[in-house]
Design a protein around this ligand. Structure first.
Ligand code: ADP
Length: 491
């Protein structure tokens, strides 16, 4: 809006009309005092100011406007009919005005000047707005920097108070914070602790995970600087994502050395106990078979029934001890796989036949779906049959209300593997427990009382499949059933 100040009403209205005809918004004041009052209250883009007015002349008005921050930037065009002398014009400029127009006014010239000033002032205002915006942004950024710094300090304080070794890595994987505990195992803030020469290299393992953007979990022995001893630690390094990109990594080393020692002692005990139990059991088995042959019991008599029960129980005990021995072989890295090209279809058929024979009392029904794979693939026949028998035994054991089991096989040419599924319609396994069933000694709590077992069969299966470079897994729904599967590479 433009403010016109003139004590002459005629001039005031003719100028107002002129400017309004060019679509400018116009306000008027007929004295210097009124002009000051209005300028302080409203926002004007330009003031056209008559120099000669009775009480307060135009120069005084301009000087006063220059004193107020709100009005000092408003451009002014002075109008004067008389004083065209140089000294008046100079005063006009000195008092903060921007231009000078003499009366009688040439409307075209005045309009040109008004337009120029008006657009200059508009640009000025826009620039100021942009500057204010920028200042606000800078302020906001400074504030968020302060907040972030205090959050980081807080986070570091938390890491400091942990009993574990804790550290952070930046997005490039360079260690940028370590807590006090770190110094018990490393001389340098930037170097990982020294690992035992038999264990994985932390840097290499981390680089591998970094490439995939995945967390690292590793059991390693690291060297304590003071004692020189290597202690087992569980290393975990987790990526921190921000808008789909990794911002940094947070890591901890948890001391699991005592736990490892206890585990080792337990494994040693298991290994000794199962070896020691196996020898007398083998003798018992042989003598019972001898006795059975010598006694020639009447097949219909009760004694023959007892003899079968004794042999069944010996067989169960034998399986248990063999499994325990397998576990200790796995622990010692001695579970050897002897792969030979074998017809996988035959191995599956043998396993099904064995199960049907040993579960005659349950009237189990095993259907085989899919093409029977009549192909030779490199595998350890005894061990793969062990996996199949384990899956099938579990499928029957954990389906007390249903005797139906489905075996499905298919050869995936693209993946170059054969997949075997064994589906039952039994009790199923809750979602969160499905991965754990392959862990050593794990049994699903809800069903562990109802069914006998030690929780090592699937652990052995997963080790056997791993050694064949295949995959093992389960999908299951509680009360609907489970499908256990494994894959084997064709070559
Ligand atoms: P075990 O059967 O001797 O306990 P496994 O290692 O064979 O040991 O199985 C581990 C656990 O997985 C079992 O205790 C059981 O809770 C669960 N499980 C295995 N197979 C099935 C199945 N087919 N249906 C439901 N639960 C199963």
């Amino acid at each position: 809006m433009i403010l016109i100040v003139d004590d002459n009403q005629n001039n005031l209205y003719s100028l107002k009309k002129l400017l309004e005809s060019k679509d400018f918004q116009v306000d008027i004041a007929s004295s210097g005092e009124e002009a000051l009052g209005k300028a302080l209250k409203n926002d004007y883009a330009l003031i056209i100011l008559d120099v000669q007015m009775p009480d307060m002349d135009g120069f005084e008005v301009a000087e006063t406007l220059a004193d107020y921050s709100k009005t000092k930037e408003i451009p002014i065009i002075f109008l004067s009919a008389v004083n065209t002398k140089k000294k008046f014009i100079t005063r006009g400029y000195a008092s903060g005005g921007k231009d000078y127009v003499t009366k009688p006014i040439d409307p075209e010239i005045l309009l040109l000047k008004v337009k120029t000033f008006y657009s200059l002032q508009e640009q000025n205002l826009a620039m100021k707005k942009a500057q204010q915006g920028l200042e606000l942004e800078v302020k906001g950024r400074r504030e968020s920097q302060v907040i972030m710094k205090s959050q980081i300090d807080h986070f570091h304080l938390m890491l400091e108070s942990l009993p574990q070794i804790a550290f952070t890595l930046n997005e490039d994987g360079i260690v940028d914070f370590v807590n006090r505990k770190w110094h018990e195992y490393s001389d340098s803030e930037h170097e990982f602790p020294e690992t035992h020469f038999d264990d994985h290299n932390i840097k290499e393992e981390f680089e591998r995970c970094k490439k995939k953007g995945k967390a690292l979990e590793l059991e390693v022995r690291i060297k304590n600087i003071e004692s020189g001893d290597y202690r087992y630690h569980l290393l975990r390094v987790t990526p921190v994502y921000e808008e789909n990109t990794i911002k940094n990594w947070v890591g901890t080393f948890t001391d699991i050395d005592d736990q490892k020692k206890v585990e080792k002692e337990k494994d040693e005990f298991l290994s000794i106990a199962s070896h020691e139990l196996k020898t007398p059991l083998t003798s018992i088995k042989a003598y019972v078979q001898l006795l059975d042959r010598k006694l020639k019991l009447d097949k219909e008599g009760a004694e023959a029934g007892f003899m079968i029960k004794v042999q069944d129980q010996i067989e169960k005990l034998n399986t248990l001890i063999t499994d325990l021995l397998d576990v200790s072989k796995i622990e010692n890295g001695k579970l050897k796989i002897n792969r030979k090209p074998t017809n996988i279809g035959n191995v599956i058929q043998n396993a099904i036949d064995t199960i049907l024979q040993t579960h005659e009392d349950r009237q189990v029904k095993i259907d085989w779906h899919g093409m029977k794979p009549d192909i030779l693939i490199p595998l350890d026949e005894i061990r793969i049959e062990q996996v199949l028998i384990n899956f099938l035994t579990n499928a029957i054991k954990y389906s007390p209300q249903n005797n139906q089991v489905i075996v499905t096989t298919f050869v995936d040419e693209e993946e170059q593997e054969v997949k075997v599924n064994i589906t039952d319609f039994g009790i199923g396994i809750p979602d969160i427990k499905q991965d754990a069933v392959f862990h050593k000694f794990y049994r699903v709590e809800e069903s562990s009382l109802q069914f006998q077992g030690m929780g090592i069969g699937l652990f052995i299966c997963s080790e056997i499949i791993k050694q064949h470079h295949g995959n093992i897994g389960v999908s299951s729904k509680v009360d609907e059933g489970s499908t256990f599967y494994f894959t084997l590479p064709l070559n």
